[in-house]
Ligand binder design. Structure first.
Ligand SMILES: CC(C)(COP(=O)(O)OP(=O)(O)OC[C@H]1O[C@@H](n2cnc3c(N)ncnc32)[C@H](O)[C@@H]1OP(=O)(O)O)[C@@H](O)C(=O)NCCC(=O)NCCS
Length: 371
């Protein structure tokens, strides 16, 4: 089939939002605040408050919000049983999808008045459940669900690593969650909004969104970038590695973007953390090879890294297994997906575009015996 004019709805406005703005030349703002300012000054919880409630919190509002998120972390017993029954061979995004969907069964959204409480519940419980599943299915260990950590980032890392977590590691994950929290009408958010526009429940909207995020062209790119970087044995090898990929007409995961044309503003932010963490690390090559690839991809094709690329070495350095990269993206994006569902619900019309028909002309019916 020939490539359709305007394929992928590229460059077309598909609706309005007050949540974020993504500019082609490389700028991203959440409710008017630049991503650079937010990453430097705000915690992920502050960013979540901003997106879900529409304003930056005061100190007391933030403390209350953090308490609420902390109180939502413990899994109901039946979710523990569900999670323990999922094998290690499952794709971790299937696990995230199952956790959210199952929460919709046992703690359904009875009315839209519950929407904010459900978003908080899902941020808290999904974080616990994904790490619990990972430790149980891979190592046979039932970790305590209580980390004593205030932040989502600290909680995730403590449950995962079962040790005291250095501040830099927590900060790296916290900033990454801010970078992943929201991104206008990307594929998963749009999926969730279409679902919200049918006035479906929030768990269904988020489950649908998780399905879209799983794909390697969207959230799965951070994992793919990691697997690719691990195949490189020296910085000198990078150019021939890239050349070979182009020759084979393979895409290089973690590069390119559907909206940004010269840079993804999130990339440099996480790159700095990757660089800092790489110093003295036994896998320093991961960062060095990534930096070399960034330079060569620009020189060769004017392609630039998106947020997923340097996220891969950064996550590796803070001890996160590659399988959990995309689930972390999902945990952060529960915030953006929920905020978009709330926005859609507040001024709803069902999303139902039309299609340009390119099939056969009108035809006469042919009986089955005559075909
Ligand atoms: C993000 C992405 C899906 C955007 O897709 P898109 O808007 O349809 O961009 P296109 O695929 O039309 O790219 C334009 C050109 O750049 C090339 N290109 C884009 N990204 C590339 C990549 N990562 N590696 C190699 N070439 C790439 C395309 O092959 C295309 O070349 P062509 O014109 O010769 O066919 C695409 O860049 C991609 O697949 N990247 C890798 C996956 C990834 O990192 N996803 C995370 C996104 S945040």
């Amino acid at each position: 089939m020939k490539k359709l004019e305007g394929a992928g709805l590229r460059g077309q406005s598909a609706g309005q939002t007050s949540l974020s703005t993504v500019e082609q030349e490389g700028s991203l703002r959440y409710l008017g605040y630049s991503i650079e300012d937010l990453a430097e000054n705000a915690s992920f919880e502050e960013v979540a408050y901003l997106l879900l409630l529409g304003k930056l919190p005061t100190s007391s509002e933030l403390a209350e919000f953090e308490d609420e998120l902390m109180n939502q972390r413990t899994m109901p017993d039946s979710l523990v049983s569900v999670v323990e029954s999922i094998p290690a061979s499952a794709h971790p995004m299937e696990v995230v999808r199952t956790i959210i969907s199952y929460m919709g069964v046992i703690e359904p959204e009875k009315s839209f008045d519950d929407q904010l409480a459900i978003a908080k519940r899902l941020i808290g419980v999904t974080t616990t459940a994904i790490v619990y599943w990972y430790n149980f299915s891979h190592n046979g260990v039932k970790v305590s669900q209580d980390s004593g950590e205030r932040s989502v980032a600290g909680h995730f890392l403590k449950l995962l690593r079962q040790e005291d977590i250095p501040e830099l590691d927590k900060k790296t994950l916290d900033v990454s969650l801010t970078l992943y929290a929201e991104h206008e009408f990307n594929a998963s958010t749009f999926t969730g909004r279409v679902c919200a526009s049918t006035l479906s429940d929030l768990h269904s909207c988020l489950t649908a969104a998780v399905g879209s995020l799983r794909g390697p062209l969207h959230g799965g790119a951070n994992e793919e970038a990691m697997k690719m970087l691990q195949q490189i044995n020296s910085v000198e090898e990078v150019k021939s590695f890239v050349d070979q990929k182009f020759e084979n007409k393979e895409k290089i995961m973690g590069f390119g973007h559907a909206v940004y044309s010269i840079k993804d503003p999130r990339s440099n932010i996480i790159k700095k953390f990757s660089e800092q963490l790489s110093v003295g690390h036994e896998h320093k090559l991961l960062h060095d090879a990534a930096a070399e690839m960034e330079a060569y991809m620009w020189e060769r094709k004017k392609l630039f890294p998106n947020t997923d690329f340097f996220m891969a070495p950064a996550y590796h350095y803070i001890g996160i297994p590659t399988d959990l990269f995309t689930p972390l993206f999902a945990i952060a994006r529960i915030v953006g997906w929920s905020a978009h569902a709330f926005e859609q619900r507040s001024n709803n019309r069902i999303i139902r575009p039309s299609a340009e028909y390119i099939g056969p002309e009108d035809r006469n019916w042919v009986d089955i015996e005559s075909r």
